[in-house]
Write a protein that binds this ligand. Structure first.
Ligand SMILES: Cc1cc2nc3c(=O)[nH]c(=O)nc-3n(C[C@H](O)[C@H](O)[C@H](O)COP(=O)(O)OP(=O)(O)OC[C@H]3O[C@@H](n4cnc5c(N)ncnc54)[C@H](O)[C@@H]3O)c2cc1C
Length: 511
């Protein structure tokens, strides 16, 4: 086994697959790609309908939050992929770039290249979008972006019609830059099967490159520091501890694991490290802070008048982005999101009708202001992390969530859905006052699976990485994954993570 690389990429998830693929295009660069999980073998991963069933299997890190005071003290399950392809092997496949305004804080934090216009070449390079031609869409990238038509459920068609009748803009899809509105979801699906980022970027041709080495089953314990240089990583493979060295290291272990690896290496807030029994080698107070995530209330459930045909896609077929104060307004980044699920979808502890007899409208806040943190509970990789997202801690998040639930109901009770709706089951029409809505939201709010921001990018001294995504204070280490996101965009974040990776890989410092 090779023990030294020019570049070592840690984590073969969404970002890591892109980075390893792009950097190994230069055949003179020896690229090592380290992944704690194995190659996917479970055939269910490829089946879009089975995505909710994959959680808890042996390729899920299966994290859990600490009890959340503003969600009825519930503990939230946080699935994350431990597999080649990472969380893109578990995700719901929705491909949403975000609203252009979402990237203004990114531009503020890191300059032009992180604005929507700056990221656009990265989006375009990644995409294989075939529904129609447009100069702002990629057609020959590795990642298929499939816009369904005939397969879209008739229930979803009626929900889109309800939005349209309420004045919500009707969109062809969500990725034109006009995010506010309603349309079927674009999906990372090829020939009816999930396309993970590893499927897209680590094809057999790419993996055959003589300069790319994938080490599966290798879990990074920590980085090896030599002053201001990091010389490699300590990994554990089949119970054995090994050192892998490299000239440059790119951390792509995701928003949970990347800050944990840094903190286990002694890079973090001195108090946090002390509490976990870790010697502080570099005082970086923001590592693991600034944690952001989207929540969705599961859900506003309706019993159906007639059998609901099973989804032919991935159940959650259409997002609707809008302004809670005016559903007809088309400009500006939306503050709420709705989603139509062609099935009953209820949080744990809430009773929902059987499959085939109900549909659901999910709702949530696109720009939460609550900020959480991830901290290690001890020095080792097996010490369970303390994940505290501070869900719904701010009045902003609670009041916008209430408005989102009201809007979900307005859509769900609209005449355009009369053909399908029998009666509202959850929260139930008796739940009306703001207090009652808050109580329901606290019981129903569940992660939309978008943790981000735990190694935020910025030009300020406290930022974890600089605008080149270089770990502040360390010349040869970079972070390129969901953790560098300064402020979460409106929608699901995988497309943005891919664009970050494509953008970084094209920078001179990456080569
Ligand atoms: C259930 C679910 C549904 C989702 N639905 C959507 C959706 O529909 N649309 C969307 O846009 N986004 C969705 N997401 C979010 C999206 O998948 C993630 O935001 C994205 O994959 C994050 O990419 P990443 O590269 O930062 O991390 P990951 O893709 O999580 O990659 C991190 C990789 O690093 C590896 N790793 C971690 N620690 C170590 C270590 N110590 N040593 C070695 N390797 C390590 C992991 O095993 C993993 O392979 C969903 C996520 C989940 C879990």
């Amino acid at each position: 086994m090779k023990r030294h690389f020019d570049v070592l990429v840690i984590g073969a998830g969404s970002a890591g697959s892109v980075i390893a693929s792009r950097l190994s295009e230069d055949l003179s660069c020896q690229v090592g790609l380290i992944e704690a999980g194995t190659m996917p073998v479970d055939p269910d991963i490829a089946d879009p309908l089975k995505w909710t069933m994959l959680q808890g299997r042996d390729y899920d890190w299966a994290y859990r939050t600490v009890p959340q005071p503003f969600t009825a003290n519930r503990v939230h399950e946080w699935p994350r992929g431990k597999i080649v392809g990472g969380s893109s092997c578990l995700h719901a496949m929705a491909y949403v770039r975000g609203h252009p305004d979402d990237f203004e804080p990114w531009e503020h934090a890191g300059g032009d290249r992180w604005s929507y216009q700056g990221l656009l070449p990265g989006f375009i390079r990644s995409e294989a979008f075939a529904a129609f031609d447009a100069p702002t869409r990629g057609s020959s990238g590795p990642l298929d972006v499939y816009l369904p038509d005939a397969e879209v459920s008739p229930v979803v068609r009626a929900y889109i019609a309800a939005g349209t009748a309420m004045g919500v803009p009707t969109l062809t899809d969500h990725n034109s830059g006009e995010l506010v509105g309603t349309s079927p979801n674009s999906l990372n699906i090829r020939d009816g099967k999930r396309l993970s980022l590893a499927d897209a970027y680590l094809s057999p041709q790419v993996m055959a490159r003589p300069n790319l080495t994938l080490l599966t089953g290798h879990e990074v314990e920590h980085l090896v520091l030599d002053g201001h240089k990091i010389t490699g990583v300590i990994v554990v493979c089949e119970g054995e501890t090994r050192t892998v060295s490299a000239d440059r290291i790119v951390l792509c272990a995701g928003a949970v694991s990347t800050p944990l690896i840094l903190m286990r290496s002694g890079i973090g807030h001195p108090d946090t490290l002390k509490q976990a029994g870790i010697r502080c080698l570099a005082d970086r107070t923001q590592v693991g802070r600034n944690l952001q995530d989207h929540l969705l209330a599961l859900g506003n459930v309706y019993a159906a008048k007639k059998p609901v045909p099973p989804s032919r896609l991935q159940h959650s077929e259409s997002l609707m982005y809008l302004h809670s104060d005016d559903p007809t307004r088309s400009t500006g980044s939306p503050d709420i999101a709705l989603a139509c699920v062609v099935a009953p979808s209820a949080a744990e502890g809430l009773d929902a009708p059987p499959y085939g007899s109900a549909f659901t409208i999910l709702c949530g806040v696109t720009h939460p202001t609550s900020r959480g943190r991830i901290t290690p509970s001890g020095p080792g990789r097996n010490d369970v992390p303390v994940i505290d997202p501070h869900y719904l801690e701010t009045e902003h998040d609670r009041s916008v969530f209430r408005a989102a639930l009201k809007m979900a109901r307005a859509v769900g009770h609209h005449a355009a859905l009369d053909e399908w709706r029998d009666a509202e089951v959850l929260p139930g029409t008796s739940v009306q006052s703001d207090d009652e809505l808050d109580t329901f939201i606290a019981r129903a709010a569940s992660t939309h699976h978008h943790p981000a921001g735990t190694c935020r990018m910025g030009r300020d001294a406290d930022a974890v990485v600089d605008p080149d995504l270089r770990l502040n204070g360390f010349d040869n280490v970079f972070v390129v994954d969901a953790s560098v996101i300064p402020t979460i965009p409106s929608g699901p974040i995988n497309a943005a993570v891919v664009a970050i990776a494509e953008t970084w890989a094209a920078l001179p410092i990456a080569r």
